[in-house]
Design a protein around this ligand. Structure first.
Ligand code: DGL
Length: 278
């Protein structure tokens, strides 16, 4: 357990619930030397169908909780929070809270890479209704690769199916096929698809099954891990502040039993969480 708040500066990883664990898993694999605190706002998940105002307020509250725990750097390992809350937190809230702290998201690192993945210049995004309606992927991709055409598909049933352990059922297959076909119907030449929700790596194989063999599927965990590695190398002032004892703590705003059971599946190894009141 951490000793002193003065020297304990874990990297915070936030998600609405479980999805960010797929990102944390890859980050810890790539950068095992740092301390990490994961916070899942399971009590108020899913975020995917919530308004801008709610996603922003909930995300900000959780980011502040992570700052209170000693975090100097927080990763929003949730596309919906990255799409709807990140910019306001970076531009409006951080300067008021502490101008030295940083909050990063998962959309930008993904869009920085997408241009290298496509020959046809047509790319697809699968995400929550919130992420898709925000248009964030379209805006970010346009900045790096204006020549690309971006097609999106909201998949509102996938997070509940995954969270309710129904991902291997016929019901899930029905919705996965429906969403993937609907994306391909918009543009049959799509050759790169982003899993634009941190829950989707759990059904990556099923999604791949309904895509033509030439289509590359981008899972965010490894992308975010590499991007964080680069970020820390380029920002020694932040890197020096992050504590390095290889500690990992998990918090949920809901009950810990349920979090530990389902979270283990997302993280790939057993986890033991503590409750955090919001
Ligand atoms: N993990 C979130 C994301 O990446 C989605 C889950 C939710 O709807 O809360 O968008």
């Amino acid at each position: 357990m951490p000793t002193s708040k003065n020297t304990y500066h874990p990297i915070g990883v936030f998600d609405s619930g479980f999805g960010g664990l797929t990102v944390l898993k890859e980050i810890v694999k790539t950068l095992p030397q740092y301390d990490y605190i994961y916070l899942g706002d399971n009590a108020r998940a899913p975020y995917g169908s919530r308004s801008y105002e709610s996603v922003y307020q909930y995300t900000l509250e959780c980011v502040k909780k992570l700052f209170d725990q000693g975090c100097e750097l927080v990763i929003l390992a949730c596309n919906t929070a990255s799409a709807k809350a990140l910019r306001t937190i970076q531009q409006i809230d951080l300067p008021k809270i502490d101008a030295h702290k940083r909050v990063l998201g998962v959309i930008r690192p993904t869009t920085e890479l997408i241009g290298q993945m496509t020959h046809s210049k047509q790319v697809g995004i699968l995400g929550t209704a919130g992420t898709v309606s925000s248009g964030s992927y379209i805006v970010e991709i346009e900045k790096f690769f204006p020549e690309l055409k971006v097609f999106q598909q909201a998949c509102p049933q996938l997070v509940p199916l995954i969270e309710n352990d129904e991902a291997d059922t016929q019901g899930a297959e029905y919705f996965i096929e429906k969403y993937v076909s609907s994306l391909l119907n918009q543009a049959p030449n799509i050759d790169a698809v982003v899993l634009g929700c941190t829950h989707y790596p759990l059904i990556q194989k099923q999604i791949q099954k309904y895509l033509p063999a030439n289509v590359k599927l981008l899972s965010q965990g490894p992308i975010i891990a590499e991007s964080l590695k680069k970020y820390l190398a380029m920002h020694p002032e932040m890197e020096n502040r992050c504590s390095k004892n290889g500690q990992l703590e998990f918090f949920t705003t809901d009950t810990t039993d349920a979090f530990d059971r389902a979270g283990t599946k997302f993280f790939g190894s057993p986890i033991h969480s503590n409750h955090m009141s919001i």
